[in-house]
Design a protein around this ligand. Structure first.
Ligand code: NAD
Length: 353
């Protein structure tokens, strides 16, 4: 299986090197037959006179089952590239990766604000307030006059139903509880539709408990009782914000793994950004990208029924927990002194055991 690595910007190169090292050892140990291919996107592509997401690489992503995407810093691109959609948006749009699945859990040895938590935020990824992703043509954000800026929030029946189904299916193999987060008291029409469709999908899952919480209360309850949540389903922007909050509660943004998935394609991408403040200093925590890669292996294993892949994914998760359990391996963001490279080497050794 080909693994396409797109390091992206900022800390992207450092965290992909560390993650790749672990995957190479995993490949040898489980005879997975992985073939690693790396391509330049973002600033590295712009410096070669190309678009941040060259068409040829987009086609490669489409044709490759396993893509590992680093973060991108579109706001820092030169003016001529500013109007172009980000690599991240293009991939999500082109492959219709409607589900952004972001787990957060406390781990032995990792200092965290939450005493205990193990939840997954299932974020709708193609609609909501994300101006560049929501329209067939044109953008969902515009200025009719210089003193008036407007943004459109798009919510559809199909989008709401398919994300709800992902959440309920996931809850079935976890603790069988779905929390639906919305702002239906104010956004009565858009979140009204979202709620109506999620409730309708919930009818097909009588074995799964459903609760509904307004987003502002959820922001507080996530801090007060994070252990009470299992699967959280919500719209795009709310999911983006709440998942960063959840990652931080579990120890930090550097632990926030995620995959972007459709029914037949998925891409591993850490939830955090390009962290320009620590880029090229050997300080980045690769955990989020490792978790993302592990989730992608598991996603493929579930779809294909490949037991070897499932065992490899489980082994990688255990190895990561073992490495994080030892404070000597902790990077600066979680209170340690280890460099990104030391973390990567420790993980590779743990995977080898
Ligand atoms: P950020 O997530 O990059 O950083 C926020 C804070 O968390 C920083 O202090 C950073 O050092 C820290 N941090 C993040 N990931 C870390 C890691 N793996 N290890 C250790 N510390 C980590 O958010 P930001 O600063 O708001 O955004 C920076 C850039 O990233 C912006 O250009 C933004 O547009 C972009 N961004 C990209 C994506 C993406 O590509 N998926 C997502 C969010 C932000």
């Amino acid at each position: 299986m080909k693994i396409l690595i797109l390091p992206g910007d900022g800390i992207g190169a450092e965290i992909t090197v560390a993650t790749r090292l672990a995957l190479e050892v995993l490949d040898r140990k489980f005879a997975l037959g992985l073939e690693f291919v790396e391509r330049d996107i973002g600033m590295a592509a712009i410096e070669k006179g190309l678009d941040p997401m060259p068409d040829a690489i987009m086609e490669e992503v489409r044709a490759t089952p396993f893509t590992m995407l680093g973060p991108v810093s579109t706001m820092e691109y030169p003016p001529e590239a500013q109007h172009l959609p980000s690599p991240s948006s293009l991939i999500r749009d082109n492959l219709d990766l409607f589900a952004n699945i972001r787990p957060s859990r406390t781990r032995p040895g990792v200092p965290s604000v939450a005493k205990q938590m193990d939840l997954v935020i299932v974020r709708e990824n193609t609609e909501g307030f994300y101006a560049v992703r929501t329209m067939f043509e044109g953008k969902g954000e515009f200025m009719p006059t210089p003193d008036l800026a407007m943004s459109m929030r798009k919510i559809t029946v199909q989008g709401s139903r398919r994300i709800a189904k992902v959440a309920f299916d996931l809850a079935r193999v976890r603790r069988k509880k779905v929390t639906v987060v919305h702002k239906g008291n104010v956004l009565r029409i858009t979140d009204g539709l979202f709620l109506r469709e999620v409730r309708s999908v919930a009818q097909d899952y009588p074995d799964v408990e459903t609760e509904e919480i307004i987003v502002d209360a959820m922001a507080a309850l996530l801090i007060r009782r994070p252990e009470s949540f299992d699967v959280v389903v919500t719209t795009n922007l709310f999911g983006d914000i709440l998942s960063d909050e959840a990652a931080e509660l579990s120890g930090g943004l550097g632990l926030g793994g995620s995959i972007n998935a459709s029914n037949d394609h998925a891409v591993a991408q850490a939830a955090h950004g390009s962290a320009p403040d620590i880029a090229n200093q050997n300080k980045a925590n690769p955990t989020a990208l490792v978790i993302s890669a592990q989730m992608l292996l598991k996603w493929h294993a579930n779809r294909s029924g490949n037991n070897q892949l499932a065992s490899a994914a489980a082994h990688l998760e255990t190895a990561l927990d073992d490495v994080l359990a030892d404070p000597a391996n902790h990077t600066v963001d979680i209170g340690g002194n280890a460099g990104t490279d030391e973390f990567g080497e420790a993980l590779a050794r743990a995977v080898d055991q």
